[in-house]
Design a binder for this molecule. Structure first.
Ligand code: IPM
Ligand code: MG
Length: 366
């Protein structure tokens, strides 16, 4: 079976961090006899500049065909005033929606070497390893009606939170399946105290639990969940939540680990004809226009996203472990990009130097 990848590096630091990922992909081809058939295309502002749309139909069609899409980042101040329908973010949302990537896996893992970088006390975050499963194709991000209209001479903005039980259920199954492979604990978060969609969410997750008796299930209101994430994050194993709460809670969880530059994500859909899930992998961080083009960006989140691709798309868990292990090694050895400069300062290394260090650690792992 061939391994096909579509790289959409996007905007801002996207292309810089993706350059390092490409070297890592090449390494697996050369040294592990694991070749990838890589193609590249545009997304976000880069696609808008060339085609007047943040995602060309041809790119969308290619994304549907490959085993996995690797995305860098989209957006930037240059595009702030564009019409909503052609904003860079719409390219990303279209990929998620049309590929039907309903399960967004966002791990928040604290590397030992970075435990004192967190804004929280070291003992609260050291050893932290949680997985947020965010529903990604429905909810208020896509619900109709939506828009801004006039009522009695006044503008009214509308968005709709809408979930079918099938949508809640398939995401819940993905979350329970993950919990079974991890610590067998699942916490579902919604606002069942104020939202009917939250009442349904809680009901459906409780029903799905029947099929996973070994998993310990709890429910939490999402506001309390946010508080618990900063109070005692290690109480969680897997968290399952909706599209909007998941967006917010995953940024919160990300910061527990010390840097947004460290966190990968996987967005998974239903299996394709070859048995592999529809999939897109991307760092949680954005396009970081403030540091673009300066060689300062941390490529680790994007490289870890490729590690997730090895694990979830290509069934190469041992190679994913190897790559994650190489990253742990370079961090333990003190390699730090600018975002990882602690209070004591030091000299940061560049994006490419971090890539060099990771490749050297990979070589050493053989
Ligand atoms: C994320 C981002 C996106 C989202 C934006 C860029 C559309 O914040 O992936 O978390 O809101 O989902
Ligand atoms: Mg977000």
């Amino acid at each position: 079976m061939t391994n096909s990848l579509l790289i959409l590096a996007g905007d801002g630091i996207g292309p810089e961090v993706m350059d390092e990922v490409k070297r890592v992909i090449g390494w697996f081809g050369d040294k592990r006899d694991l070749p990838f058939d890589v193609s590249e295309d545009l997304v976000g502002g880069a696609a808008y500049d060339k085609h007047g749309t943040p995602l060309h139909d041809d790119t969308m069609a290619k994304a549907q065909e490959v085993d996995a899409v690797l995305l860098g980042a989209v957006g930037g101040p240059k595009y702030d005033d564009l019409d909503f329908s052609v904003k860079p973010e719409r390219g990303l949302l279209r990929l998620r929606k049309e590929m039907d990537l309903f399960a967004n896996l966002r791990p928040a893992q604290c590397f030992d070497a970075l435990a004192d970088f967190s804004s929280l006390k070291t003992e609260i975050v050291s050893g932290l390893d949680i997985m947020i499963v965010r529903e990604l194709t429905s909810g208020v991000y896509f619900g109709e009606p939506r828009g801004i209209h006039m009522e009695d001479n006044m503008r009214v903005g509308v968005n709709t939170q809408r979930y079918t039980e099938a949508e809640i259920e398939r995401g819940a199954r993905a979350a329970f399946d993950l919990a079974m492979k991890r610590g067998k604990k699942l916490c579902s978060m919604e606002k069942a105290n104020v939202m009917e969609s939250g009442v349904l969410w809680r009901d459906v997750v409780t029903e799905v639990h029947q099929d996973y008796p070994e998993v310990e299930l709890s429910h939490m209101y999402a506001d309390n969940g946010a508080m618990q994430l900063v109070r005692a994050p290690k109480q969680f194993d897997v968290i399952y939540t909706d599209n909007l709460f998941g967006d917010i809670l995953s940024d919160c969880a990300a910061m527990l680990t010390g840097s947004l530059g460290m966190l990968p994500s996987a967005s998974l859909g239903s299996p394709m004809a070859n048995g592999r899930p529809k999939a897109m992998y991307e760092p949680v961080h954005g396009s970081a226009p403030d540091i673009t083009g300066q060689g300062k960006a941390n490529p680790i989140a994007c490289i870890l996203s490729f590690a997730m691709a090895l694990r979830y798309s290509f069934d190469k868990g041992a190679e994913a472990d190897r790559l994650e292990g190489a990253i742990e090694t370079v961090l333990a050895d003190g390699a730090r990009t600018a975002d990882l400069m602690g209070p004591d300062g030091g000299t940061p290394i560049s994006t490419t130097q971090m890539g060099d260090a990771i490749l050297a650690a990979l070589d050493a792992s053989l």
